[in-house]
Ligand binder design. Structure first.
Ligand SMILES: Cc1ncc(COP(=O)(O)O)c(C=O)c1O
Length: 435
């Protein structure tokens, strides 16, 4: 370990928010990252939720090397062959009428472009988003995000409306308990109808509200939202940054739910760790946006290297049959977490889909008072014991471990992680009790 290098990281980098570790990190392979002490740590966040096929998968490494022999970057008006190939492959995966893609870099950008398309296609500018949502950090994406801190950055993009999220465990309208009856959606829409300027453009939603605490909306929720959008002339946008390409046990949340949005954004899980995202829509909406003068011309739109990686990611998911694997390993991990729930009163709820799981920590199961202190100490203890996972802490909405290993994770790695969670809970409860 190089102390001087650690000091450089501490003194020379802008602190960009979120929790960070004191250690530096050296390498990543499969479901494991290696720190600057040579310690192997299970990575149950798949990097930043991106490495669904595992870190440094040989197919990704090969695609990058081949790009170095052909092309890394091109003039944005030149469509590289790899981009056409990725569009064709994505077309095989997509539910019709979703078909046309724009390839950009990050999830924030993909949502930015999705919202621009919705505004041009409808002529409106108002955007409904869900409480607890996270769509990114750029202008319009940040304006539609309610899990992040919005204070201090000045006026946001006009036209934003928030509706309460369908959180059955911690109902934001204090109405349901354990089963959401969608009162939140009805109230949210009626408030929107009161507040609208008459220029609706879109409703944007994560099919599983991830950063907001791994909240799974009830059956029928998106069918209702779809109808509400149609009735108001708004487009429905699914932000599938975390749900697309297998993580929740289907190609997309859209295919799993049987609800096809007008526009879909995909990002994290498409690039497998390389910056790649896409905004996807139908011929009809693309035509409307194009006729209205749609532009999204950036330095790295349609770049060949990330497209080659995206193609390798999709081919790897197909070849290694990773979607059924997410179902199987997700069920296995969930069983492990539910076993812990039976033993620890502090685990109030275990939820999620496939390999995107959340564990909510509470002071007691009756009042459901969030256990933020336990969330903090258990996350730190897990890291000491060799497991990296995420804690989502929101003062008013609870403390939730977010657990999302790569789809290539083995049963042995899951056993090890559950064992570490067990020890971290035991030690964490002792630490909290000692004050
Ligand atoms: C659902 C969702 N959408 C969009 C984003 C933003 O993506 P990016 O950080 O790649 O800009 C995130 C990031 O965490 C996300 O979780």
């Amino acid at each position: 370990m190089d102390q001087e290098l650690r000091r450089a990281a501490k003194d020379l980098l802008i602190r960009y928010g979120g929790d960070s570790f004191p250690n530096l990190f050296h390498a990543a392979q499969g479901a494991v990252v290696v720190d600057d002490e040579g310690r192997e740590i299970l990575d149950f966040t798949s990097g930043q939720m991106c490495a669904t096929v595992g870190h440094n998968h040989p197919a990704i490494v090969r695609a990058i090397k081949e790009s170095c022999d052909t092309a890394i970057h091109m003039f944005s008006g030149m469509i590289p062959e790899t981009v056409a190939k990725l569009a064709r492959k994505l077309g095989e995966w997509l539910p019709p009428p979703l078909k046309r893609s724009l390839f950009v870099n990050t999830g924030s950008e993909a949502n930015e472009a999705a919202l621009r398309i919705a505004k041009l296609a409808t002529g409106g500018y108002e955007v409904i988003a869900l409480g607890g949502s996270w769509h990114g950090t750029t202008g319009a994406s940040a304006a539609a995000s309610y899990a992040s801190d919005r204070r201090g950055y000045g006026p946001k993009v006009p036209g934003g409306h928030v509706i309460p999220e369908p959180n059955a465990y911690r109902c934001p309208v204090e109405h349901c308990r354990d089963k959401c009856d969608m009162t939140c959606l009805r109230i949210g829409l009626s408030m929107f109808d009161m507040a609208t300027d008459g220029a609706p453009a879109a409703a944007i939603a994560e099919p599983v509200i991830s950063a907001g605490g791994v909240i799974v909306p009830p059956d029928g929720y998106f069918q209702e939202l779809r109808k509400a959008c149609d009735a108001r002339g708004m487009l429905l946008i699914f932000d599938e940054a975390q749900t697309a390409f297998g993580r929740i046990g289907d190609r997309f949340a859209a295919t799993k739910l049987g609800v096809i949005p007008d526009v879909m954004s995909v990002s994290k899980t498409l690039g497998g760790g390389v910056p790649l995202a896409a905004t996807i829509t139908s011929d009809a909406i693309e035509e409307k946006a194009h006729k209205a003068g749609f532009t999204y011309y950036t330095s790295h739109v349609s770049d060949p290297l990330p497209a080659a990686v995206g193609l390798a990611v999709l081919e790897t998911i197909e070849r290694e049959d990773l979607i059924p694997r997410a179902v199987e390993m997700g069920a296995y991990l969930r069983t492990g977490l539910e076993t812990l729930q039976q033993r620890y009163e502090a685990i109030g709820d275990v939820r999620g889909e496939g390999l995107l799981l959340g564990v909510e920590l509470v002071q007691d199961r009756e009042t459901r008072t969030p256990h933020h202190a336990l969330g903090a100490v258990t996350t730190a203890r897990c890291f000491e014991l060799g497991l990296s996972m995420n804690i989502r802490r929101r003062p008013e909405r609870g403390s939730v471990w977010r657990i999302a290993p790569p789809l290539t994770v083995t049963a042995g790695e899951i056993d090890r992680a559950v064992d570490i969670l067990d020890r971290a809970l035991k030690d964490g409860l002792d630490t909290v009790a000692r004050g």
